[in-house]
Design a protein around this ligand. Structure first.
Ligand code: E4P
Length: 217
């Protein structure tokens, strides 16, 4: 499973990129607003940090507007992926951009039927939002399961990009189900390494090593 980080914070992206764990970045208008920075400038900076796919979302809601914005955004760097909302205009834009050879990420997916439409429109990625469904007491992971089955039934190449991930268990369950990608907030991604027994074991090893009075160097 690929890891994308869900942020527009370039310091966080740089740190994670240096671990070799990062396969790409997703942003959305809320994350851009949180960064307080110029949209195109921050996307250009992110694309220079990572060679992975970087999702940049259109703000227009009509087909012509989406296409115009997509052409501006994709000119920023070769690894820009155009993020489009799951609407009829978004699907039309997805089809056209796919025909032009531009990668797309169809976002705000909350049902398996929506995911089926996005795949038929040629989306590179579909972004089902797990956490926002869980917030409504609807099983977000069940949506990932359903999409996996449907895409496998028909051999769709669209990658399932599990989004709105809130917990380490979401990440593990997405990997078990077979999501192609998980986009994870920086703190959740960094938290995956933590285990109390790892910390306890390391403390014990270091204490015993100190008793030997030796040095490796
Ligand atoms: C995905 O691309 C979205 O940016 C993101 O995962 C949404 O997460 P949220 O529901 O925590 O805002």
């Amino acid at each position: 499973m690929k890891f994308f980080v869900d942020t527009a914070d370039t310091a966080e992206i740089k740190e994670l990129e240096s671990t070799g764990l990062l396969d790409g970045v997703t942003t959305n208008p809320s994350l851009i607003a949180k960064s307080g920075r110029d949209f195109k400038e921050v996307i250009a900076e992110i694309c220079a940090i990572t060679q992975g796919d970087v999702s940049a979302e259109v703000a227009a809601t009509d087909f012509d507007g989406m296409i115009k914005e997509a052409h501006v955004l994709r000119a920023i760097a070769d690894n820009v992926v155009i993020k489009l909302p799951l609407t009829f205009d978004g699907l039309k834009a997805c089809k056209q951009l796919t025909e032009e050879g531009t990668k797309t990420n169809v976002t705000l997916c909350f049902s398996a039927n929506q995911a089926l439409l996005a795949a038929k429109a040629g989306a590179t990625y579909i972004s089902p939002f797990i956490g926002r469904l869980d917030d409504l007491n609807i099983d977000g992971l069940e949506l990932i399961r359903e999409i996996r089955v449907i895409y496998d039934n028909y051999g769709f190449g669209t990658e399932i990009l599990a989004a709105s991930i809130r917990t380490a268990n979401h990440v593990k369950d997405c990997a078990l189900i077979g999501a192609d990608v998980a986009t994870v907030p920086p703190a959740t991604l960094k938290g995956l390494v933590k285990h109390p027994l790892t910390d306890k074991g390391l403390d014990a090893f270091l204490a015993d090593w100190a008793k030997t009075g030796q040095s490796v160097l």
